[in-house]
Design a protein around this ligand. Sequence first.
Ligand code: G3P
Length: 215
Amino acid sequence: MKIFLDTANLQQIKEAANWGILDGVTTNPSLISMENIPFEDLVKEICRVVAGPVSVECVSTKAKDIIKEAKGLAKLADNIVVKIPICLEGLKAIKVLSSEGIHVNTTLIFSPLQALLAAKAGARYVSPFVGRLDDISHDGMDLVDQILTIFDNYGFETELIVASIRHPLHFVESALMGADIATVPFGVLEKIIKHPLTDIGMERFIKDWGKVKRG
Ligand code: G3P
């Protein structure tokens, strides 16, 4: 499973890149708005630090405007993926952009058929939002399972990014289901590395090493 970081924070991105496990980054307008850096400078710097795909979202709502905006974003760096919310105008834009070789991550996916339509239109990625479904008492991971089955049934090459991950259990379930990618907030990534028994074990080994006789 590829691991993406769901943030626009350069410090977090640089730190995770140092851990050697970072495959890409996803941003959205809300995450970008938290950073006090001019938009284009920020995106270019993220794309320089991260070798893999970096998703940046379009906010236009008409197909022709989405296409224009996406082409502008794609020029910022070679590893840009344009994020387009699923909707009818978005579908038209996905078709055009994908046929021109621009990679699209279809975002705000909340149903399996939205994912199917995005894949048919040529999207490179779909992003089901699991946490936001859990928030309204629907099981977000059920949606991931359904999309994976549909993509497998018809041999779609579109990759599934599990998004809106809120805790390590979402991450574990993503891996067990065979999701292609999980995009995680930095805090969740930190949590999954830690285990209390690892800490206790390390402490004991270091203590016992102090008792070892050496010549
Ligand atoms: O990047 C999109 C997604 O991961 C947002 O997550 O926590 O705002 O639902 P959240």
